[in-house]
Design a protein around this ligand. Structure first.
Ligand SMILES: *[C@@H]1O[C@H](CO)[C@@H](O)[C@H](O)[C@H]1NC(C)=O
Ligand SMILES: *[C@@H]1O[C@H](CO)[C@@H](O)[C@H](O)[C@H]1NC(C)=O
Ligand SMILES: *[C@@H]1O[C@H](CO)[C@@H](O)[C@H](O)[C@H]1NC(C)=O
Ligand SMILES: *[C@@H]1O[C@H](CO)[C@@H](O)[C@H](O)[C@H]1NC(C)=O
Ligand SMILES: *[C@@H]1O[C@H](CO)[C@@H](O)[C@H](O)[C@H]1NC(C)=O
Length: 506
């Protein structure tokens, strides 16, 4: 019964998400990956026995910031470890730690081939730590209803608690390995990249440096435009073909009009091969939006399977599908052909289930974070936008969050805790050893650090890059710019480590 309730709730969240979009109010944080997309394949099937790591659990403290008796409760935090290439404690060989983000850590580990490929060069120990409340690192016996249905429990889910988890775990692991002098470099992509950067700022005594890939640490308050995300999606499609952009841009009204005609919803359902009868056209527009956004994020130069299996340059492929559909084809046939690339590249889907609320990557906790501290203003603006105008409206978020969790967001907490305004000035004097990578085709790059701040606070910007593409496993088809980015990152990390050994010898 508990799961029924949760499913209903998840469905309601999805409905809200699509509804918000069409009602020109703020759509709920289109999260990094969000629970509102439907992966084609359950990752769990493919992760077992990858032979990439060993799984360990660490008894973690529930609340690091309070000494009330209930704060001493513990939970089992999962981490993955690979010591194949480690040079060992006696050589003070480095430890590379991935600061897990909002999902199953195995999923991120398998999409962070960069760490595995550079480990032999650095003789590094690899550790991937799961973020509390995600994947298998769930307090309260992992019962999802108890976990997410009760704010008194999910209240222990926050970025500051997660960073403190990483700190205690790393210190304890180093102690166990007698590796106190091994330098630690933290890595992360997306929200995990934000955590990596913040970890270096807050815990410089634990991490020597951070590679923060596609980390929108400035997507808060009014530090950047709330419209940059959708503007970049627009630009991605437009850069491939003006016609493709126009077809998508013009489709929203066409879908809505069609949905209002008698038999219209049935016709739409047929055109897009939706499994069940559509109850409104909003579910369909939310589903299409997801396809365009997540494909823009993962517009990688080689075939990939991060959010969904995709060909190389998937935005280009989508636009080719739209442009080459044939003049006889209507808009819906064109959109179907393009959406099919995101939702059915494997060719195994018989019909599209818009009501599928499965959460194979364990992402559910993000809704809570988006209702408390992760207030990252977003909307769609302007005549040229590929999406209908949809002003950012903080009040909508507040209403959603109080209805769902009975809490009000704290929109200024992240900048209070980690900074943001005047970041160049502040970090220049207080920080060091962070690489900020951003690919400008990634919609999240608008909230990233795009200019180097000092010699050791380096922004690497790749015009053709997508969401943390640098962290992915290399491919023989990788373009030269991507090889260059990775080489630059390796060189910078090497320089931090040699500096560290010099300092240690003094
Ligand atoms: C570590 O990763 C490599 C692949 O890069 C793999 O060959 C090796 O078996 C892994 N080691 C462990 C202990 O899992
Ligand atoms: C929520 O959790 C708290 C603490 O675990 C518990 O005391 C309370 O009874 C729970 N509330 C509901 C409605 O289950
Ligand atoms: C360190 O060793 C202790 C004792 O075996 C163990 O309980 C703890 O989980 C270990 N720490 C980590 C991070 O694995
Ligand atoms: C779906 O719509 C068709 C045509 O309107 C109708 O015959 C059928 O009963 C509907 N199915 C469901 C499950 O509502
Ligand atoms: C998915 O792709 C396969 C192979 O191209 C196709 O036969 C099938 O109809 C597609 N599914 C949907 C729902 O369109």
């Amino acid at each position: 019964m508990a799961t029924d309730h949760l499913e209903q709730k998840a469905f309601w969240i999805f409905l809200f998400w699509s509804l918000c979009f069409s009602l020109t109010s703020a759509f709920l944080a289109p999260t990094f990956p969000s629970s509102a997309y439907r992966p084609q394949r359950r990752l769990a099937d493919s992760v077992q026995n990858t032979g990439l790591y060993r799984t360990e659990f660490y008894t973690q403290i529930l609340d690091h910031f309070d000494f009330n008796p209930q704060s001493y409760r513990t939970f089992q935090q999962r981490y993955l470890i690979n010591d194949t290439y480690w040079g060992g404690a006696s050589n003070k060989a480095p430890i590379f730690v991935y600061t897990g983000n909002e999902g199953d850590i195995e999923w991120f580990t398998q999409n962070t081939g960069f760490m595995f490929e550079t480990a032999p060069h650095f003789k590094a120990l690899l550790v991937f730590i799961e973020h509390r409340f995600y994947g298998n690192s769930t307090p309260f016996e992992g019962d999802r209803e108890v976990l997410f249905g009760n704010s008194s429990n999910v209240g222990y889910l926050s970025s500051t608690q997660a960073l403190a988890d990483y700190a205690t775990l790393i210190i304890d692991l180093k102690k166990n390995l007698s590796a106190t002098d091994s330098p630690v470099i933290v890595f992360g992509g997306s929200y995990g990249g934000m955590l990596a950067a913040w970890f270096r700022m807050k815990y410089p005594h634990i991490a020597l440096g951070a590679l923060a890939s596609s980390a929108p640490i400035l997507q808060f308050e009014d530090l950047v435009s709330p419209y940059s995300f959708n503007d970049i999606v627009t630009q991605d499609f437009r850069s491939e073909s003006e016609n493709c952009y126009k077809v998508i841009k013009g489709s929203w009204e066409e879908i809505q009009e069609a949905g209002q005609k008698p038999g219209g919803l049935e016709m739409l359902g047929k055109s897009f091969r939706i499994c069940k009868n559509l109850s409104s056209s909003d579910a369909l527009t939310g589903w299409l939006r997801g396809a365009w956004i997540f494909t823009a994020m993962t517009d990688y130069p080689t075939p990939s399977n991060f959010i969904s299996p995709l060909p190389a340059y998937p935005v280009k492929k989508m636009c080719e599908a739209i442009d080459n559909a044939g003049s006889g084809k209507d808009t819906f046939a064109k959109l179907y052909a393009a959406a099919n690339i995101f939702y059915n590249y494997s060719g195994t889907v018989t019909c599209f289930d818009l009501e599928d609320n499965s959460d194979p990557h364990g992402l559910a906790g993000w809704q809570w974070q988006a209702c408390t501290e992760m207030i990252m203003p977003q909307g769609a603006s302007g005549e040229d936008g590929i999406f209908p105008v949809n002003e950012w409206n903080y009040e909508d978020r507040v209403a959603y969050c109080s209805a769902t969790y009975g809490v009000e967001p704290r929109p200024h907490w992240i900048t209070t805790e980690f900074g943001g305004p005047g970041i160049e000035r502040v970090l220049k004097r207080s920080g060091g050893n962070i690489i900020f990578f951003n690919g400008l085709r990634d919609p999240w790059s608008g909230g990233g650090v795009l200019k180097s701040i000092s010699r050791s606070l380096v922004a690497i910007v790749a015009k053709q890059g997508a969401h943390h593409v640098d962290l992915r496993l290399s491919d023989k088809e990788d373009p030269q710019w991507l090889k260059d980015v990775r080489k630059q990152e390796v060189d910078i990390i090497s320089s931090w480590i040699s500096q560290y050994y010099q300092d240690l010898a003094l």
